[in-house]
Design a protein around this ligand. Structure first.
Ligand SMILES: [Zn+2]
Length: 199
C-alpha cells in the first residue's frame, strides 16, 4: 500500500537501509543507463543521513560481474556488458555518501549465474540477521529489476519492507514495467513511502 502522507514512521532498532545497485553503469552515460537514475543519489543521501543519525545499519548491493558474465549479449544474455568488477562502471555513484562502515554486498560474481535480487547467492540475509533487522527500507536501481527482486525476497524472508518511492527509478524496457513492478511489490505486501514519512 501507499502509506498516507499524514502517517509518520519512527526509525527504530531493527531497521536497515538497503541501497540497490547505485553504480555508474546504471546512471546516465553508463553502459546500462536508467533514465534519470542519477536522481536517486541526492534522495538516498537524505535517507543515509537519517539512518546514520540513528546508528542503524546501511547496506549497499552491487552488480559485480566477470567480463564474460552470462547476462551479457556476447554470452547470449539480454544486456550489454555492465558493472564489470573493479571497473569505473561498477563503482558506486561518486555523489552517493556511503559511510565507511557500509556493508557492501556483491552479487552475480560468477560467470554462469545472474542475480537481480540482493539476496541471491549473497551474505545479505546473514548480515541482516547479525544486526537483528526486522524492517528494511529499500531504494536504488532499478525499480523493475533489482529493486523489485530484492523486495520480493525480503518479503519472502519475512521482513517488513518499505520501498523508498522517491529514491528509485525504472528501466522500462517495456513501457509500464516500472508501474507494474510497483503494483507487484504492493500486492506482495511492501509499503511505499517517501522521505516525508520519516522526517
Ligand atoms: Zn548485471
Amino acid at each position: 500500500m501507499n502509506v498516507p502522507r499524514s502517517q509518520t514512521i519512527d526509525l527504530q532498532d531493527g531497521d536497515a537501509l538497503i541501497i540497490v545497485d547505485v553504480q555508474n553503469d546504471f546512471l546516465p552515460g553508463g553502459a546500462l543507463a536508467v533514465r534519470n537514475g542519477d536522481e536517486v543519489v541526492p534522495a538516498l543521501n537524505t535517507y543515509i543521513d537519517l539512518f546514520l543519525t540513528e546508528g542503524l545499519p546501511i547496506i549497499a548491493t552491487r552488480d559485480w560481474h566477470p567480463a564474460n558474465h552470462c547476462s551479457f549479449q556476447a554470452q547470449g544474455g539480454p544486456w550489454p556488458p555492465h558493472c564489470i568488477a573493479d571497473t569505473h562502471g561498477a563503482r558506486f555513484a561518486a555523489g552517493l555518501r556511503l559511510p565507511p562502515d557500509t556493508a557492501v554486498i556483491s552479487k552475480a560474481v560468477a560467470p554462469d549465474k545472474d542475480a537481480y535480487s540482493g539476496f541471491a547467492g549473497t551474505e545479505l540475509e546473514a548480515v541482516l540477521r547479525s544486526h537483528g533487522v526486522r524492517r528494511v527500507f529499500v531504494g536504488g536501481l532499478a525499480t523493475d529489476y533489482c529493486v523489485l527482486n530484492t523486495v520480493r525476497d525480503a518479503l519472502e524472508n519475512r521482513y517488513q519492507v518499505y520501498v523508498l518511492g522517491d529514491a528509485i527509478r525504472a528501466v522500462n524496457v517495456h513501457p509500464g514495467d516500472g508501474d507494474k513492478a510497483m503494483q507487484d511489490m504492493i500486492v506482495k505486501g511492501a509499503m511505499i513511502i517517501t522521505i516525508e514519512h520519516l522526517a
